[in-house]
Design a binder for this molecule. Structure first.
Ligand code: ZN
Length: 156
């Protein structure tokens, strides 16, 4: 199995059996996102402590394998991360998915970065990039406490 096949395998696995796909009971921040180009929908739930560190994170939604895998992997990796760490990982991921060849953050372990790199194949397809970034833009909105629904049409 080559790297590309391994990446696709991991995406399919997360897409079919997403992790953290539920509504946590004690959330105190939330945001919804919609990708009209593909029909992907995601609703992020966060339990933040007083310092905006993520104590718990989950999501509900429906959509293509890329959007569900991205939300599944994102929620796995950001649980128990501090606000600054979350911001760093989000920025790093968004840069990588559009143009950067590799992730540069030191917040994540190598095998954690590998899971995000599984999504790097969408880089060549701008419409698919929106599927991969939907949950990340929605997370940022939830962290900021904004009420408006995220629409990927508004992002590059
Ligand atoms: Zn999609």
């Amino acid at each position: 199995m080559n790297l590309k096949e391994l990446y696709q395998e991991i995406i399919l696995d997360h897409g079919q059996n997403p992790h953290n796909l539920k509504k946590i009971e004690n959330f105190n921040k939330e945001a919804k996102g919609y990708n009209p180009l593909c029909g992907d929908k995601v609703h992020i739930y966060l339990n933040l402590d007083d310092n905006k560190n993520i104590k718990d994170i989950s999501f509900e939604g429906s959509g293509c394998a890329i959007s569900m895998a991205s939300a599944s992997i994102m929620t796995d990796l950001l649980k128990n991360k501090k606000e600054k760490e979350v911001q760093e990982v989000v920025k790093d991921f968004l840069e990588m998915i559009k143009e950067k060849p590799e992730l540069s953050t030191k917040v994540l372990l190598e095998d954690e970065k590998m899971k995000l790199m599984c999504l790097s194949g969408v880089k060549k397809y701008p419409m698919r990039v929106k599927c991969a970034t939907l949950s990340w833009h929605t997370l940022t909105s939830a962290m900021d406490g904004k009420q408006e629904e995220i629409n990927t049409e508004k992002f590059d």
